[in-house]
Design a protein around this ligand. Structure first.
Ligand code: GLC
Length: 737
């Protein structure tokens, strides 16, 4: 009886509490009701304060309602170290050394959405642990030129691959109660003049090439935030752009998240207020550079915005709309009491980083099966090249990290061969010292006084005496390499690497060249070198992933997410001259239109150095005959293709089977073929799996700018099953009635 009495008292008190709980705090209430309730309790000043930064990476919550501040953090590959309140400089914390995951080109090269989900979950947990409720990533700008300094942060040249790979990353991040902030929306495909360049592109190319990954992020990934880009489109800055932020993002895609500016991307109060921006960050007000306390009051969406509202020059609905989006962000993240607590630089995250890294290494060439080296047979291994020892998690701009650890390729190889073979290192070449970034010195151990010829001579000598030679070079995160804010100025490898590679090839045929880069590079020595690996920026587990691949613990299964042209002028954006890239007088025309990447190579019949989708394995795969379940698209607008894949080699491996579609007759020019499905299958020796692809009319459609609609024209189409865009194994025709 007493227990019953006690329980009933408890129940009533809880009920009473629940009834007294304001709606905005009651998580059982619908989101929109909570938002309206919170909004009704806010002053105009509180509303405006939410719309602009209060520090370098935070904006004000609503203290009077117990709604916490919003904390943003870079970047797409790991959680950036804490900086001082309104500076880029490090705060000097000792508990913010993170796990560095591979760069996103590497994730794309895995062609494995499972890796993307693992990636998002892991990095989202790191952000959650560091109490950041918005992760400033992923970046999904299309790879249009191999000179773009930030391609390493993005998912390659193909809209379909980028679209499929970005969705799980977002879902993974947001499963931690942290918003993914997809960037940079839109048409930010270079770093030269990024704050000014006005991009002119056809509607068709915009919708078929540059928007799909953002659309997938919003409509399928349900991203809670998106970042406007610095550049202009239709002469409006993309952080305050009625076309991208209102017509497309809100009206066509029904985006219900927040629009965040890039740091310093806002240029005008009225435009920012009325053209779709919600939150302003990083503005260079006169106070900010000196760190004055009133700096943030000078933001475009601060006092000047407040004054326009107070004097009714702007309707309060304008600010209410922004605050609704921001409150929705808060209720999805900081105000969500069920979200997990995160995890930081843990062993599990190290394992995840390594798994993702190993799943995306691309074996470009392997003549004579030089790779994998046999760790039980080699006795003396020469490791040559500065990229074997250079830190790659620091530098490159806003994606730079302070990491718990970074295993260099030399460390990874030495650990793998310890007790088995002698490893001799020779620098081979030297790059410029960067002096580090964000207070982290990257030059330790890189100071080198010997001349290039001395370094090369030493490397050749070491190579001559070794059983196996591993050259580790490529680009790095310095300016005019793979780095934000500047583009590369040439397509070739820097620091005399080409000549050195040729010399090494002359003295030792047992040579593997490992390129660490986020961009394609020229390879004049491609015929002289038996084995070539594209190994991207790998993060904390770099050395382990490279060693595991070179010595056969892992069978490489990555495929290129972008084309490697033989020479720069073979590339779509670099074919037409400066008005197409990098622009003339800040005006740039995407003259290649929809023909980007392999679409360009195939329509122009230009043979690439290595094709989009190319990647070899230590085993071999046989493709059967591609069949369709019907000769015409079914009445429900779908058709299913099937093909048997067999591992005819001697070791387990994974193959990315790609499905491309050709429209054999169309009223508008179309690419020779376009990627419309892919599947990564793991096969044991001798094993056969049947891969099925079901596509619908969307996969046959092109964007008709005149109708402003996607159109699939009836007629004959062809489906191609391929191991790479230049390696079609079997095709089948079918009809759309
Ligand atoms: C930078 C970058 C953006 C980054 C932001 C904050 O300029 O363009 O990607 O998230 O500023 O560092």
């Amino acid at each position: 009886m007493k227990r019953l009495l006690l329980l009933s008292v408890l129940a009533f008190s809880l009920l009473g509490y629940a009834q007294s709980l304001p709606i905005y705090l009651d998580e059982s209430k619908p989101m929109e009701a909570r938002i309206n309730d919170a909004l009704s309790r806010m002053t105009l000043e509180e509303k405006v304060a939410m719309c602009h930064a209060q520090s370098k990476f935070s904006s004000r919550g609503v203290p009077s309602l117990g709604i916490p501040d919003n904390w943003m953090s870079d970047g797409p590959h790991g959680i950036r170290a804490e900086v001082k309140w309104d500076e880029w400089n490090q705060a000097g914390w000792t508990n913010d050394s993170c796990m560095a995951f591979p760069a996103l080109t590497r994730l794309a090269a895995s062609w494995n959405p499972e890796m993307s989900l693992l990636y998002g979950k892991s990095i989202g947990a790191e952000a959650r642990y560091r109490n950041k409720n918005v992760l400033l990533g992923p970046g999904v700008n299309i790879y249009r030129t191999p000179l773009n300094g930030r391609n390493f942060e993005y998912l390659g040249e193909d809209p379909y691959l980028s679209s499929r790979m970005v969705i799980p990353y977002i879902q993974g991040v947001q499963s931690n109660g942290v918003a993914a902030c997809v960037k940079h929306f839109a048409l930010n495909n270079q770093e030269v003049d990024r704050h000014e360049v006005n991009v002119t592109v056809s509607d068709r190319a915009l919708y078929e090439i540059y928007l799909p990954a953002f659309k997938a992020a919003v409509t399928e990934g349900h991203a809670w935030a998106i970042m406007g880009s610095y550049n202009k489109y239709k002469n409006q800055w993309c952080c305050q752009n009625q076309y991208t932020l209102q017509d497309i993002l809100r009206k066509e895609w029904n985006f219900d998240g927040v629009v965040v500016s890039d740091w310093g991307g806002v240029n005008n109060t009225m435009e920012a207020a009325t053209r779709g921006l919600d939150m302003e960050f990083g503005t260079w007000t006169n106070g900010l550079t000196e760190g004055y306390s009133n700096a943030y009051d000078n933001y475009f969406l601060a006092n000047s915005f407040l004054n326009l509202l107070r004097t009714n020059k702007l309707n309060e609905d304008i600010v209410n709309q922004k605050v609704r989006n921001i409150l929705r962000l808060c209720f999805r993240t900081t105000m969500n009491s069920h979200r997990p607590f995160g995890e930081f630089a843990s062993k599990a995250h190290g394992d995840a980083a390594r798994k993702i890294a190993e799943d995306g290494i691309v074996l470009l060439q392997n003549r004579g099966d030089v790779l994998p080296f046999n760790p039980d047979k080699v006795k003396k291994v020469a490791v040559i090249g500065e990229n074997a020892i250079r830190m790659m998690t620091v530098g490159g701009g806003s994606s730079s990290l302070k990491v718990r650890y970074e295993i260099s390729p030399l460390q990874g190889i030495s650990q793998r061969l310890s007790g088995k073979a002698e490893v001799i290192y020779a620098r081979g070449y030297k790059g410029e010292l960067k002096g580090g970034q964000d207070g982290i010195n990257t030059d330790a151990g890189l100071v080198e006084n010997r001349s290039e010829s001395e370094l090369a001579a030493e490397a050749v000598k070491v190579a001559k005496e070794a059983d196996a030679v591993i050259f580790i070079g490529g680009l790095n995160k310095n300016d005019h390499q793979d780095c934000e804010g500047v583009d590369r100025e040439s397509y070739g490898l820097p620091y005399g690497q080409d000549a050195l590679i040729s010399q090494l090839a002359k003295v030792n045929k047992n040579l593997a060249v490992v390129i660490i880069s986020g961009n394609a590079v020229a390879m004049p020595w491609v015929k002289e070198v038996p084995s070539i690996v594209e190994s991207w920026y790998l993060g904390s587990e770099a050395g382990n992933a490279i060693a595991a691949t070179l010595f056969g613990d892992v069978n490489p299964s990555g495929k290129l997410p972008f084309t490697f042209p033989v020479r720069l002028e073979d590339n779509c954006a670099n074919f037409y001259g400066p008005e197409a890239y990098p622009g003339v007088n800040k005006e740039e025309k995407y003259a290649e239109d929809i023909f980007v990447g392999y679409r360009w190579n195939e329509i122009k019949k230009i043979t690439p150095l290595f094709a989009f989708g190319h990647g070899l394995s230590y085993t071999k795969f046989k493709y059967g005959k591609l069949t369709a379940d019907h000769s015409t698209m079914n009445s429900d607008g779908s058709i299913t293709f099937s093909i048997d894949i067999t591992n005819i080699g001697s070791r387990t491996g994974s193959e990315v089977v790609q499905l491309y579609i050709s429209d054999l007759k169309c009223s508008l020019p179309r690419p020779v073929k376009e990627l419309k499905a892919f599947d990564k299958v793991s096969l044991n020796p001798g094993e056969t799996k049947t891969v099925h692809f079901t596509i619908n009319k969307d996969a046959l459609s092109f964007f008709d700018a005149a109708k402003h609609a996607w159109v699939a024209e009836p007629g004959m189409f062809k489906a191609h099953a391929a191991a790479a865009s230049d390696d079609v194994r079997s095709s089948v025709e079918f009809q759309l009635k």
